[in-house]
Design a protein around this ligand. Sequence first.
Ligand code: AVJ
Length: 327
Amino acid sequence: MTVIPITLNPRPVLTATETFYNDVVRGLQAPQKYLDSKYFYDAKGDVLFQEIMQCHEYYLTGCEMEIFRTQSAKIAEALYELGEPFDIIELGAGDATKSIHLLKYLSDNDIPYTYYPIDISENVISLLEKTLPQQVPGLKMHGLNGEYFDMLQVAGQLSNRKKVLLFMGANIGNFNIPSARKFCKDLREMLLTGDMLLTGFDLKKHPQMILSAYNDTAGITRAFNFNLLERINRELNADFDISRFEHFPTYDPGTGSCKSYLISLEAHEVHIGDLTIMFSEHEALYMEISQKYSLSEIAQLAKLSGFETTHNFFDSKGWFTDCLWEC
Ligand code: AVJ
């Protein structure tokens, strides 16, 4: 008897580099050139982002840190209100220096949970796996390296408890408003009644405060943006010359959109492998959005995506909020 092998996955699977190349080329061939800010975070980008978080102009980290340092008991209480056991899944966990306060509080109070940090950066996940169990004795954790929704599916297969999703650091700001709605709706569809989502939002405030946070005087945010061009050079055999671009951050207090661009200072060509991309003088390459919200815009986002707001936690300045929503 002959056994006929069955191909289970006939779809061609792209490598990370192929996907990166496709996304970069799609963005650079669009009428309004753009790059996807999720690609900022290679090994060098991770270091630069750590430095941004230490910048005095970049207030977001300090505000959210204060919320977790001073209100983890209140947050834990809100999560455990009905006494139903839960697991914690963190989207874009980074170095987890904020969520660790909550994790410690739960562990210290013998509330059982497994922590599933998800991050696009492989460095971040392997570092967390090494350092976190030392900082939170007895911690049960399982790091997941990959895209949010892929890894959320994996976490869903590993966990059979109620889910508490953490999406902190104002990472939601990297979506424009329509995409944020779609993202929250997609999250809602992966969750069940009783599951919870804690999201960090940077609030609208004096426009100069916001603009300065994305235009630090030490030039780290500029280097963070340029690093993506250098990453494309390194990984995709390209020849971006960063001296031909200027970092140009903007903030529109009307819409709450903080957008950063790289402006081409002269007409020139860039090559990616054997592909040529033309830049004209003063052409803008759109790099990132960091959307700022009002409380009513956050409430509307919750409602439109099918969540109930249960608690809003604020820092003492009222600049940042972590919002707890329930399904
Ligand atoms: C990690 C997306 C929250 O938008 O504030 C910081 C990234 N970009 N400075 C933000 C970032 C420039 C950051 N997030």
